[in-house]
Design a protein around this ligand. Structure first.
Ligand SMILES: [Fe+2]
Length: 264
């Protein structure tokens, strides 16, 4: 199946900018590109920080921008989001019994888990006891799972995020590591740089690049610089070959065309 991941859209009310970037312009370009190039997508997932300050007008703008997408859309919350305003704008997005924006989707290639790590007043993620209970139930399934969450439940190694990681003492990763059916991949956002790796136990993970403002990649600087870049998203393929993630940037100039490589 083909899943499109968009992350850290950081929308503000129309016309606004964040760190020198127009989140609206960026996301409109992404949605337009997905419409033209990925009409066969099975799902679009936006992995949190949907809106920068959580205003109703920003969520209304998000609804407007995403409206042309033809496939199902799952929206996750990040630290910048506002759960009540999100629910007002997207009442049809699935929630768990405690009101967290969490859900599962069963596919021919395993269960997809969409986790809610947002906690009002925290920049880092919270995944408390009630959410862990929901996760335990969601993991009662045979076969592999693929996990979508805003805050990385793994070590990102970036100084800026030292104090704003997932504040769960490793509980989420421990649950996933113990899953008998395995974890195909953990997909996240939050860090505004592209990252791919694996845990000591061998669980693969990666982040998408932010669609809006992004960091100049700097592992050691706790005060890294923001920068701008092309609107971007990822194409995630899950099939009999496993899991693959492709970065896609919108509007890049064509400098030449490659010839067919017939081998050997
Ligand atoms: Fe973000």
């Amino acid at each position: 199946m083909k899943i499109i991941q968009i992350t850290d859209t950081h929308l503000v009310p129309p016309g606004g900018t964040v760190n020198g970037v127009s989140p609206e312009t960026q996301l409109r370009a992404v949605v337009d590109d997905i419409g033209r190039r990925h009409a066969d997508a099975d799902l679009v997932v936006v992995t949190g920080d949907l809106c920068n300050d959580g205003e109703p007008a920003a969520y209304a703008l998000l609804r407007d921008i995403l409206a042309p997408l033809a496939c199902p859309v799952r929206l996750l919350l990040g630290n910048h989001d506002h759960r009540p305003h999100f629910v007002d704008a997207f009442p049809d997005q699935p929630r768990d019994p405690n009101g967290h924006i969490q859900s599962v989707m069963d596919t021919d290639h395993g269960r997809l888990l969409f986790l809610d790590s947002h906690e009002h007043g925290h920049i880092g993620g919270i995944y408390g006891a009630d959410r862990l209970a929901w996760l335990d139930a969601a993991l009662q399934v045979e076969g592999p799972v693929t996990v979508f969450i805003h805050h990385p439940p793994v070590m990102d190694g970036l100084a800026h995020f030292e104090h704003i990681r997932l504040h769960d003492d490793g509980a989420v990763l421990a649950r996933l590591t113990a899953h008998a059916g395995g974890v195909r991949h953990i997909v996240f956002g939050h860090i505004h740089v592209p990252l791919a790796g694996s845990t000591p136990e061998g669980i693969a993970f990666s982040s998408g690049q932010s669609t809006a403002h992004r960091f100049v990649t700097d592992l050691a600087d706790p005060e890294p610089y923001w920068t701008a870049g092309p609107p971007c998203y990822r194409i995630l393929m899950i099939d009999d070959h496993g899991f693959r993630a492709y970065g896609a940037e919108v509007g890049l100039p064509h400098t030449a065309r490659a010839a067919v490589c017939a081998g050997p």
